[in-house]
Design a protein around this ligand. Structure first.
Ligand code: UDP
Length: 143
């Protein structure tokens, strides 16, 4: 299996509810390693840029408003099949459809405020990691 990196965001709702540690714990229990981490409060321009692929969608304005409503925690996770592993731990976009025991099933309140973001492919992961981190800020941990 391939060692990959993926971008993970703990969104403003989960940060606001004080769930950072519980969410990190799930990543670590699944064998994913945090190789970069930063807390930040996105500007509208940063949120629009990050979600540019959704700019034509009806929910875009609300999404930008939500993502700038409070601080987020942006992390890079490293591990075997990290992109898919992280998506599995997160659960479906809509928490009502998320499998029991997933982060979204346990911590998200709605499809709009769904606790976490995770890259959906290796290609997206590379782009999203570069959006937030310089290569020199990543600390490889998998040998
Ligand atoms: N989103 C929303 N309303 C929708 C669909 C999506 O607010 O009807 C938001 C939600 O925060 C979601 C993000 O847009 O996480 C990106 O949507 P995507 O379909 O890429 O889902 P994800 O990859 O986050 O599961």
């Amino acid at each position: 299996m391939a060692v990959e990196r993926t971008l993970s965001i703990i969104k403003p709702d989960a940060v606001g509810k004080n769930h950072i540690g519980e969410i990190y714990s799930r990543f670590e229990k699944a064998g994913l390693k945090i190789v970069a981490a930063r807390m930040k409060h996105l500007t509208p321009g940063e949120a629009e840029g990050f979600y540019a692929e959704h700019s034509a969608r009806g929910f875009f304005k609300d999404l930008v408003s939500f993502m700038t409503s409070g601080p987020i925690v942006v992390s890079v996770l490293e591990g075997e099949n990290a992109v898919l592993a992280h998506r599995d731990i997160m659960g479906a976009t809509d928490p009502k459809k998320a499998a029991p025991g997933t982060i979204r099933a346990d911590f998200a309140s709605s499809i709009d405020e769904n606790a976490v973001h995770g890259s959906d492919s290796l290609e997206s992961a590379k782009r999203e990691i570069a959006y937030f981190f310089r290569t020199t800020e990543l600390c490889p941990r998998t040998r």
